[in-house]
Design a binder for this molecule. Structure first.
Ligand SMILES: [Zn+2]
Ligand SMILES: [Zn+2]
Length: 260
């Protein structure tokens, strides 16, 4: 390891698709599975280096995830996009905002525009509710930026037609809700130790990689290891799918921790 590199500690807070597993009112066998690895909260990771901790996204299960992992402080949030499963926990940033005052959030302009519309009591100074979280938006473009002494490489990826943001931190990249990536952005994914990418289900989907596309993407990018996330019950049982994967490819599961 290059001596300038920091130790990155990653926790998978959730590895499920937008509805989570089990899905409400479903009698699908995967939703009824007793295996804890088949229980998936909405997709998000915690990433720490030095003495700072960030999340990528804060979705509908954010409160439960913070309690489960006993997270005591949060320095900011990197958002991928504005869908509810990635932003629905915004209000629960409050306990962390009370500790640090103002929570930095990193997001593209489309995501910010959507948050401003949907959370006017947070973003509109004239309508700000006194108890609301206080956030400081940093709009990101395709250019790298530095956060707490670490270079962050944003990668534009397409979620159907919607341009959203993936992130590379040193030799770790987190891509979720991806269907298409331009070649120029793929250049940013060379020489990865770990790639995380979504693999929604077996069947094709208009806005997400299915298992076959995710495997082909890993083959193309050639990280040392890959973990799949944003998984729906239609992918199948964790145990069964795991057996069919190449030896450097894994299904992530809630609570999984890795260090890079
Ligand atoms: Zn999603
Ligand atoms: Zn989405």
């Amino acid at each position: 390891m290059n001596s300038n590199k920091k130790l990155l500690k990653i926790t998978f807070l959730g590895t499920g698709t937008s509805q989570g597993i089990p899905m409400i009112a479903s009698n699908d066998p995967v939703c009824l599975s007793k295996d804890v690895k088949d229980k998936r909260l909405r997709a998000s990771i915690l990433i720490s280096w030095d003495d700072v901790t960030y999340t990528v996204d804060c979705g509908l299960d954010f409160r439960q995830q913070m309690l489960r992992e006993n997270v005591q402080s949060l320095n900011g949030v990197f958002f991928t996009h504005h869908h509810a499963d990635h932003i629905g926990g915004l209000d629960d940033l409050r306990p962390f905002c009370y500790k640090i005052g103002e929570m930095p959030i990193f997001l593209n302009q489309i995501t910010l525009d959507s948050l401003v519309k949907r959370f006017e009591y947070i973003f509109n100074p004239a309508l700000k509710y006194p108890g609301a979280p206080t956030v400081k938006p940093h709009v990101i473009h395709k250019t790298n930026f530095k956060v707490d002494d670490l270079e962050v490489i944003p990668i534009e990826v397409f979620h159907g037609k919607l341009p959203i943001t993936a992130y590379r931190f040193q030799d770790f990249a987190y891509l979720t809700d991806v269907k298409y990536i331009e070649d120029s952005e793929k250049e940013k994914l060379k020489n990865l130790e770990v790639l995380v990418v979504d693999a929604l289900r077996i069947e094709e989907h208009p806005t997400h990689f299915n298992l076959k596309e995710a495997l082909a993407f890993v083959e193309e990018i050639k990280p040392k290891k890959a973990f799949f996330t944003h998984i729906s019950h239609k992918l199948g049982f964790h145990k069964e799918i795991t057996k069919k994967l190449p030896k450097n490819v894994f299904l992530a599961y809630d609570g999984l921790k890795i260090e890079i």
